[in-house]
Design a protein around this ligand. Structure first.
Ligand SMILES: Nc1ncnc2c1ncn2[C@@H]1O[C@H](COP(=O)(O)OP(=O)(O)O)[C@@H](O)[C@H]1O
Ligand SMILES: N[C@@H](CC(=O)OP(=O)(O)O)C(=O)O
Length: 451
């Protein structure tokens, strides 16, 4: 049995849905389908999830929401018309949106997530209905009915262990099951969404639950490339990666697959294949537990912007027991999560995603560090970007760091931070955001250019 997830670009229009139903019906092992909300039809389009968030925000602050509502409905209307589906499908999608709006109006705290989930829910209703018109037994299965139980966490649900046993029962069901991605239900029966891009997580949870032979993740590129195609034209495609490599690469900016999505598949050792809806015969990228040793030790270069460096220095910091803990405690007290904390003898840097430490919190954090830790210096450097080079066995190979630093030198980009860290498969560099593009291009040339 295969679990197949189709991303937003694969369900963005009636035409795309025709392609995915072709993919589904061409292989009888494709029995469980997970769908995202309709995504962008072109680069300047807006994803339905973003429209729903805009609609929810307008309702909450009491400004005009008619335009966002009209746009969401018209996206689904266009798809239903293109597929010649019965009007009742559109009415059902609209009813669920209206019910969620009523929840928000009554100040029910679950309303926003319920509304955000309407994009994937609508896609699942449409895809199952279209499969039926093709004479295929397609059934909409709500995540609650499927057994996706989650814990509510700010910014994103977390799956509960009980889900997997419940999901296994889906194996007994007949036909093709179409499950909306991106959300689950708490034990108190509340709908909660995963973090953005979370339909990949649903797919992985379902694949682990039903113990699938393969988790196929269909998107709009032929494979995972060794670098984000935004920075390098025609980058080298990757035919295979290990779970550890993909986890690091997606954490550090490979937007093609959610970084939290690998864990459920990895625990059950289910291979993942990233494929292209627009070119389904291309082999795609396989992600597996282990691979034979490869010639290249660096397999990918990932990068992401929007970080800050909280730099603290204090003479004899190394002798002060508990300094690091107290610094991180201040961040914990203020509800700020951090990404990395490389340290020196008298200094420590804490790398934080900028949106986790907004300007209003910054003042309090700096004040507390000065008052409670009596540091010599504390400063915050914003506009930082992180670049990560990834590959199994990389850290046992002599010369990788030197090749990488030569690339930064060639690009004329100053390295603000290096973290070889505890991960055995990656090395991370912090640079100012303006140096990101040139640095990534120079690294690509060093590790993947013509030899
Ligand atoms: N290293 C990479 N390899 C392939 N695609 C990447 C990479 N980094 C970023 N991307 C981007 O990820 C996009 C696919 O992810 P996403 O937009 O979430 O698709 P979907 O709509 O299928 O969910 C690609 O179009 C590509 O621009
Ligand atoms: N629709 C949700 C969840 C998701 O996974 O979408 P996509 O498959 O388009 O990345 C979002 O935009 O966050």
């Amino acid at each position: 049995m295969k679990v197949v997830k189709f991303g937003g670009s694969s369900v963005a229009s009636g035409n795309q849905i025709k392609k995915i139903t072709g993919i589904i019906t061409s292989d009888e092992k494709r029995r469980v389908i997970v769908v995202s909300a309709p995504g962008k039809r072109s680069s300047d389009d807006v994803k339905v999830t973003d429209l729903l968030i805009q609609l929810g925000d307008s309702l909450q602050i009491g400004v005009d929401h008619e335009e966002a509502y009209r746009q969401v409905i018209s996206r689904f209307e266009e798809i239903v018309l293109d597929l010649n589906l019965d009007e009742s499908v559109l009415r059902e999608v609209q009813r669920k949106i209206d019910d969620s709006i009523a929840l928000i109006r009554s100040e029910d705290p679950t309303g926003i997530d319920a509304l955000k989930a309407c994009g994937e829910d609508g896609s699942a209703l449409v895809v199952s209905a279209y499969l039926q018109t093709l004479g295929h037994e397609g059934t909409y299965v709500n995540p609650k009915e499927a057994g996706i139980l989650v814990k509510d966490q700010p910014g994103g649900a977390l799956v509960l262990e009980e889900s997997f046993e419940r999901l296994y029962k889906l194996r007994e069901r007949q036909g093709t099951l179409v499950i909306p991605g991106f959300f689950g239900f708490t034990e108190e029966d509340q709908l909660v969404t995963f973090s953005r891009g979370g339909s990949d997580i649903t797919g992985s949870i379902v694949a682990a639950g039903v113990k699938a032979d393969l988790y196929e993740n269909f998107t709009d590129v032929d494979s995972v490339f060794c670098v984000n195609p935004m920075y390098v034209e025609n980058p080298r495609p990757l035919t295979s990666l290990t779970y550890r490599e993909m986890r690091e690469l997606s954490y550090a900016g490979f937007g093609v697959f959610h970084d939290e999505a690998l864990i459920p598949a990895f625990k059950e050792k289910i291979p993942v294949c990233i494929k292209n809806t627009n070119n389904p015969t291309a082999p795609g990228t396989m992600i597996v537990a282990e691979l034979p040793e490869r010639e290249e030790h660096v397999v990918g270069i990932a990068s992401d912007e929007g970080f800050l460096n909280l730099y603290v220095s204090k003479y004899l910091m190394n002798r002060e027991i508990g300094f690091g803990r107290r610094l991180l405690q201040i961040l914990e007290d203020e509800g700020v999560s951090f990404e990395h904390a490389p340290s020196g003898i008298d200094d420590m840097s804490v790398i934080i995603r900028e949106h986790h430490l907004p300007k209003d919190k910054e003042e309090i954090v700096l004040q507390r560090i000065n008052d409670e830790l009596q540091v010599d210096m504390v400063l915050i450097e914003r506009d930082m970007a992180m670049i990560m080079i990834v590959g199994e066995g990389m850290n046992q190979t002599i010369g990788i760091a030197s090749s990488a630093t030569s690339a930064f030198q060639e690009a004329g980009v100053n390295i603000e931070m290096i973290n070889q860290g505890s991960s055995e498969v990656s090395m991370m560099f912090g640079v100012k955001s303006e140096g990101l593009g040139p640095a990534v291009q120079a690294l690509y040339k060093v590790f993947f250019g013509e030899k």
